[in-house]
Design a protein around this ligand. Structure first.
Ligand code: C5P
Length: 234
């Protein structure tokens, strides 16, 4: 199993309304941050070029597109994401979709992360959508399926990380949002863990948005979170 550069364990989510603001934050954070997440909001605001730009500046990019379409489309879209130089790409953890993404990235270093069940869903939402399983069972079912298919990692809420690490063993990259340093505001996140708790629970990478992007001094905030991650790695 490859060793993760400690700095790469912290992924800062560039949840900003414009490319200009995202570029300014990246400049401000400098060497303190090596890995960024670009999601749909920024992509639809013209942020795809930023993926190339960040890659050429030696930064890693997690492109959070949550792909889900017919296999032919997913495979070809994934191949184009490879061209952009992204390090992680998310797809919904449906077998056809995961297999197509793996085919599309074949031979490249891009890692495909499966989104098991959106954390905004509860058991009632799954019943309403026609599923016969609750959230916990569906997450476990899809996680095992993702591993069998050969997917590189999963996006999980902090409270799922420990159980999924135990179920899946080492080897799959477990990536978790919902991280709040002790004493910081939860915002709209309900179930949160500190960076240290999430690392100790078995997370490989932490997605951190507002604790950095909304901080009075984002660089200072990122450095403090990194120090906590480093201490938890031991
Ligand atoms: O600002 P905050 O740290 O809450 O940002 C977390 C990031 O992780 C956001 O980009 C959010 O969309 C994403 N995310 C999440 N919960 C999920 C999946 C993704 O917060 N279940």
């Amino acid at each position: 199993m490859s060793v993760i550069d400690p700095r790469d364990r912290m992924i800062v989510a560039l949840d900003l309304p414009s490319v200009r603001e995202a570029e300014a934050l990246v400049d401000q954070l400098g060497d303190s941050v090596s890995f960024y997440k670009i999601g749909m909001e920024l992509v639809y605001a013209g942020g795809l070029d930023l993926v190339r730009q960040l890659s050429s500046r030696g930064k890693k990019v997690f492109l959070d597109l949550k792909l889900h379409d017919i296999p032919n489309t997913v495979e070809k879209a994934t191949a184009r994401v490879v061209d952009l130089g992204a390090t992680f790409l998310t797809v919904h953890a449906f077998p056809q979709t995961m297999k197509a993404a793996l085919a599309g990235k074949a031979g490249s270093p891009l890692k495909i992360l499966g989104v098991t069940v959106m954390t905004s869903y509860n058991d009632d939402d799954l019943i309403e959508a026609g599923y016969a399983m609750g959230v916990r069972d569906l997450v476990a079912h899809r996680a095992v399926q993702a591993k069998q298919i050969g997917i590189n990692g999963l996006i999980l809420s902090p409270e799922e990380v420990g159980a999924m690490r135990a179920l899946l063993g080492p080897g799959m990259a477990l990536v978790t949002p919902g991280i709040r340093p002790a004493g910081s505001s939860k915002g709209d996140q309900k179930r949160v863990m500190t960076p240290g708790e999430a690392i100790r629970a078995g997370a490989d990478h932490l997605v951190i948005g507002r604790p950095v992007t909304a901080a009075a001094d984002p660089k200072l905030a990122a450095d403090a979170i990194f120090a906590e991650i480093r201490a938890a790695i031991g």
